[in-house]
Design a protein around this ligand. Structure first.
Ligand SMILES: NC(=O)c1ccc[n+]([C@@H]2O[C@H](COP(=O)([O-])OP(=O)(O)OC[C@H]3O[C@@H](n4cnc5c(N)ncnc54)[C@H](O)[C@@H]3O)[C@@H](O)[C@H]2O)c1
Length: 364
């Protein structure tokens, strides 16, 4: 299938390495508004065609699927254009930056013959998939509490990617929750976030002009699930500290999980069925092949690609979904489940943490 990548000189470039590993796709065209970046992307990716205009790429290249890797505020608009032409869309996170965009995107996905998937790559990381497997086998019992944290001082990226000043730190609340909520929500089968409350820690960091960022340093979003469970999300783009983008916790009636919090640590799990007394942790990776997801059994290649293998596995998932070989658990409604919670948190924080309902796009 002929594939195009837009934003090919930025995040899109990391897909080029991965696309080569997925026989199904031929990386046919790339697009970027940066002339210099586009030239390099064409060479690096070995693409047949390069475009400075997205509309022109959609019009002329004959691509049947597109990866949208542009800045956040362009995702929905570009996805909608692709869907309207019945071109399959794989979009970077988050799916959209406003409620209006969400409605338009869902309508376009519902009307299109093509398929929409949001690339939430953290859900494919090995520990996250292993924990999901344990949950699905019932080994943690009923899950009722989880935490996900994305602590990533990204202020060093402000000059290179000025759009972040507005769309990630230029508004208060959780603007980028999918890497934390994506994996944790999958640990609550058939569940969704029904309401959120969001608060922050105040403003202790300033931009180059000495102005505080509109976003508070750490924002905390409590997510109430349909099942009654809770997920706590912490996002921090601003505090000075070592990065920690994959902090997770899960509690169930028969087990619990704590992710590694630093490169010197290992993820650990306690399962009643294996360690009733004494209650001792086990290294998650010591659970062995029986609990290792099939796709992770040969990890040499996965360890070479970005985001702990997630960047490649998500493309396999996209391929399987559009070729009818598998179901997709990051389709339009799951993309909305992960995106809408963050958007509503931005309203909640304005109302001092008021609990606000998160709409269900399946009802639209
Ligand atoms: N999933 C992940 O792990 C992950 C990691 C990094 C970034 N991201 C997401 O990827 C997106 C891009 O981030 P980035 O850091 O690469 O940003 P970036 O600004 O470096 O890259 C975006 C690229 O898009 C190009 N672009 C901008 N407007 C365009 C347009 N109208 N048409 C064509 N090209 C256009 C830019 O020239 C740039 O090369 C963001 O939404 C970001 O949140 C996700």
């Amino acid at each position: 299938m002929k594939l195009g990548v837009v934003g090919a000189a930025g995040r899109g470039s990391s897909f080029a390495r991965c696309v080569k590993e997925v026989d199904f796709f031929e990386l046919h065209a790339v697009c970027d508004i940066s002339e210099e970046g586009l030239k390099k992307a064409v060479e690096d990716c070995g693409a047949k065609e390069g475009y400075l205009s997205y509309d022109e790429m959609l019009e002329k290249s004959g691509i049947e699927a597109v990866v949208v890797g542009t800045p956040m505020h362009l995702h929905a608009e570009m996805a909608i254009k692709g869907l309207k032409k019945n071109i399959h869309v794989f979009s970077e996170v988050t799916a959209a930056i406003s409620m209006d965009q969400c409605h338009e995107l869902v309508a376009a996905a519902n009307e299109s013959k093509a398929f929409y998937m949001m690339g939430e790559n953290y859900t494919f990381m090995k520990p996250n998939m292993m924990v999901r497997g344990l949950v699905d086998k019932g080994l943690l019992g009923e899950t009722y509490y989880a935490e996900g944290e994305y602590l990533h001082n990204c202020t060093y990226l402000l000059e290179k990617t000025p759009w972040r000043r507005k769309w990630q730190y230029g508004m208060n609340g959780v603007t980028y929750c999918t890497h934390s909520l994506g994996p944790t929500l999958q640990w609550f089968p058939d569940d969704r976030v029904v309401s959120v409350s969001c608060v922050g820690t105040g403003h202790h960091h300033f931009d180059k002009e000495g102005k505080p960022f509109e976003q508070e340093d750490s924002t905390m979003m409590m997510c109430r699930l349909r099942s009654g469970g809770l997920i706590r999300i912490r996002q921090d783009f601003l505090s000075d500290r070592p990065h920690a983008m994959t902090n997770y916790t899960l509690q169930g009636t028969d087990g619990c999980y704590e992710s590694a919090r630093a490169s010197t640590e290992e993820p650990r799990v306690w399962l009643r069925s294996r360690n009733e007394e004494p209650k001792e942790w086990e290294n998650l990776f010591d659970l062995g092949k029986e609990h290792t997801p099939e796709v992770w059994k040969d990890e040499e290649l996965l360890q070479q690609v970005g985001h702990g293998g997630g960047d490649l596995l998500q493309l396999f998932h996209f391929r399987d979904a559009i070729s009818g070989q598998g179901t997709c658990d990051l389709g339009i409604h799951q993309a909305m489940d992960l995106t809408l919670a963050g958007l509503i948190s931005q309203e909640s924080i304005k109302q001092d943490g008021a609990w606000l309902k998160v709409p269900d796009s399946r009802d639209w």
